[in-house]
Design a protein around this ligand. Structure first.
Ligand code: GTB
Length: 220
């Protein structure tokens, strides 16, 4: 059945892979599933047709036959559950490892991503406020608190828990958002972890696909 995802018609990052359709593309590439992309403008995202798919008027969405999903966590989990390659097998031996990989997906989205988004918003939306300069170091330190903990857990391991999983996919994409801040460079093992994710052929294909849409075009 054809899978169709939505992405920005015009991406604010000009194709640096930071918009969240990249993590869905990456998951589909990891499990070798073809997909189509429907591009949506910022105004179309807030119109009834798109709101029926995504109640918050965002991208990405995922359609497959009768199924329509939103939220990248749910979408990547769905892909991982239905195709081999992103989660350990649900066998007696693999069940615990599978549960731990899913835990890392939630940790990426619920524990690591929020302070990173807070930093992105502080830089993007609050720079002109009188209190911005005073607040920014506090927000940056909240990111560092999480990265200190994540870095300690990862240590010199290749991936978060054994083989590469949907948990790593999600964590790497969440951490990428920090690159412009320079904070990731303070953590050599996390920088190397992100680089390992980016070196995966599936990631490269996903990145190239979104770059091909936006490179050289004015960002929206
Ligand atoms: N929790 C949702 C999920 O994980 O699916 C969040 C989805 C979301 O934030 N979507 C954003 C969106 O549609 C695009 S990815 N925004 C439009 C809106 O809310 O009106 C966020 C994003 C956008 C741009 C960059 N960038 O240019 O660097 C990075 C990330």
């Amino acid at each position: 059945m054809t899978v169709t995802i939505t992405a920005f018609e015009s991406s604010p990052d000009g194709g640096k892979g930071l918009a969240r359709d990249t993590r869905v593309r990456w998951a589909l590439e990891e499990v070798a599933q073809p997909y189509e992309v429907r591009l949506v403008s910022f105004s179309a995202m807030k119109e009834p047709a798109h709101l029926a798919l995504h109640p918050f008027g965002q991208i990405p969405t995922y359609e497959e036959g009768d199924l329509a999903l939103f939220e990248t966590g749910a979408i990547v989990f769905h892909i991982a559950e239905h195709h081999a390659g992103l989660l350990p097998d649900d066998t007696e031996d693999g069940a615990n490892a599978r549960a731990r990989a899913i835990t890392w997906m939630f940790a990426a989205l619920n524990t690591v991503e929020p302070p990173i988004l807070e930093l992105a918003n502080a830089k993007l939306l609050e720079r002109d406020k009188s209190w911005s300069e005073e607040r920014l170091p506090l927000v940056e330190d909240r990111v560092r608190d999480r990265l200190n903990q994540l870095s300690a857990r990862l240590g010199d391991a290749e991936w978060l828990d054994g083989a590469f999983s949907a948990g790593d996919l999600m964590m790497v994409h969440v951490l990428q958002r920090l690159k412009p801040s320079g904070i990731l460079d303070e953590y050599p093992n996390l920088s190397a972890y992100v680089a390992r994710g980016e070196a995966r052929p599936a990631y490269k294909r996903a990145f190239a696909a979104q770059l091909a849409l936006y490179a050289g075009k004015p960002s929206g």
